[in-house]
Design a protein. Structure first.
Length: 302
């Protein structure tokens, strides 16, 4: 097995939204904003190469939205999904599986491209993997979150016939929606084997950011590596109360972070960050101030 970092560029989001109730006087020391209070974030994806499998975890914001939409997020940098794949000798058509941690536009926008006025899958030969409960959540969105779920990123996947669910479909009810699944346990659970995608891959569920967000986990070079998605967007989010305002259920996120970081520090997990603009990976360490990131490093250094 080989793992590769796939950089798709940078974008900007409001610093206050990214750090929730934490005062700017604190978070700005960790992640300095620009004059508009915007902070730069990566859209970093993971490519898993194993035998005849080429699995892409998330795919960035894409480029099919209009200039007005993309202008809100100040896209910048030289990296794109296609360029990053090409640098490794791959093309979109080589991808066999696309694992979507969740369906917010900055994680799945590259799933679909616009060609000849039509919206078609960017990965013609791939199966797209989602969680049935999250899919229902995204296609029947609540008013607070619906701006993050763009139908043009989502519905063409199903229409193409390439959509697969990692779980047996379960109805969305008041008892399993959002925070109710993990709020009591207070942790993302390794409930889903990803063997249908790749032997040895597991998919942890986290419920605080959005319903049934999946965190891929696998063994690599003697270490356990976890793709953090939006449970832990960056090394700056290690303090337990530093939870994004974007999270649907922030108290659940807080409990999930605490439990996960304790487990990760105790077992020396490698955390792979999707949004940290500088650090690709780190191994958490227990300090006098709690669990902190340790020294950041590139995946290629592992």
């Amino acid at each position: 097995m080989r793992l590769h970092t796939i950089n798709t560029g940078f974008f900007k989001l409001d610093g206050g939204a990214m750090f929730g109730v934490v005062p700017k006087s604190l978070w700005s020391k960790v992640h300095a904003p620009d004059e508009d209070n915007l902070c730069t974030w990566a859209m970093r994806c993971l490519l898993i190469e194993d035998g005849d499998k080429l699995i892409l975890v998330d795919n960035g914001i894409g480029d099919k939205q209009d200039a007005k939409f993309l202008g809100h997020y100040k896209l910048h940098g030289d990296d794109t999904l296609n360029k990053s794949l090409a640098a490794l000798g791959f093309h979109r058509n080589d991808i066999t599986d696309v694992v979507l941690t969740h369906l917010h536009f900055d994680h799945c926008g590259g799933s679909i491209v616009r060609e000849g006025g039509k919206l078609i899958p960017a990965f013609a030969n791939a199966q797209y993997w989602s969680h049935s409960r999250h899919w229902k959540w995204a296609t029947e969105p609540n008013d607070r979150e619906k701006a993050s779920f763009l139908k043009e990123n989502i519905l063409p996947i199903q229409e193409s016939g390439q959509l697969r669910f990692v779980d047996a479909a379960e109805p969305l009810t008041a008892t399993n929606a959002g925070h109710a699944n993990s709020g009591q346990a207070g942790q993302p659970v390794s409930a889903l084997p990803g063997d249908s995608i790749l032997p040895g891959l597991s998919l942890r569920l986290a419920e605080g950011h959005t319903a049934a967000m999946m965190l891929p986990q696998l063994s690599y070079k003697g270490k356990t590596l976890v793709f953090m998605a939006d449970l832990l967007p960056s090394t700056g989010h290690f303090p337990i109360p530093w939870v994004m305002a974007y999270d649907m259920f922030p108290l659940t996120s807080l409990l999930e972070k605490r439990s996960f970081l304790q487990e990760a520090a105790a077992n020396g997990y490698v955390l792979f960050f999707e949004h940290d603009p500088i650090n690709e990976c780190c191994i958490p360490e227990l300090t006098e101030k709690g669990i902190r990131p340790g020294k950041g490093f590139r995946l290629a250094e592992l």
